[in-house]
Design a protein around this ligand. Sequence first.
Ligand code: SF4
Length: 287
Amino acid sequence: MNRRAQFLEVLGIATEWVPRERNDAPAEAVPATATAPVAQAPAAATAAPLAPVAAVIADVAEPVSARVKPLARAPAAPSLVPAVPEPGSAQADREAAIATMDWPALDAAVAGCTACGLCQTRTQTVFGVGDRQAEWMLVGEAPGENEDLQGEPFVGQAGKLLDNMLGALGLARGRNVFIANVLKCRPPGNRNPEPEEVAQCEPFLRRQIALVRPRVIVVLGRFAAQTLLRTTTPIGKLRGTVHAYEGIPVVVTYHPAYLLRTLTDKARAWEDLCLAREVHDRAGAGA
Ligand code: SF4
């Protein structure tokens, strides 16, 4: 079974779709999400594992470049968006210090961090894992129970699904992908993160992204997407568009834990990863 077929099986998509022909039907006849299953893909399309990505995303009406939205410093949303610290304040000094750290310093700073109340309930910090020169970066919300115990993001069933999704893209944990969360400590009972916790922790993620300098960031889930993109827009509306964080293209998709529960959105996750692949390849072509 090739990678594409494996991916679709992992996502629970029994029937493979092929892109509809351009101009073969009015745009409104098929939803933009194009999740309708159609006939089996032709053999040629399955021969090369990632070649069909371009074919699938060719279904999207606009080219990626036309869908890029500069959101690196978009207006602040009220809930999760950290306030910009006053110049000269202790928080501003802290963020400035983090912004100059190398990997060992950042590692140590996270491991010893007590900047928010989550330090009191964590088992350990979860720094992130993977290739520190990766072209891909995946960003989730926060460690859960298993992550807190093991010190690694995305373990357990959701982690397995994520690993399979990565495999379908020709990636693997530790090979050309770095995985991190917005928060490095587990919120008790997996509750939603508080704005103050995000404010204290996001500088670590920002520095990780600056050190990795990936070609593309794939954001997993509503919380991480809204935090990074400084918005309260629902995830369903953030998908399908290329955003930016600190000048790096961002593609939003669903959190693997959500996908485990929600069959209907698994096909959309495939579309998102196809878009991310296109963005990655275009960034490489322009490098
Ligand atoms: S969540 Fe982040 S800011 Fe809070 S204690 Fe952990 S590492 Fe520090």
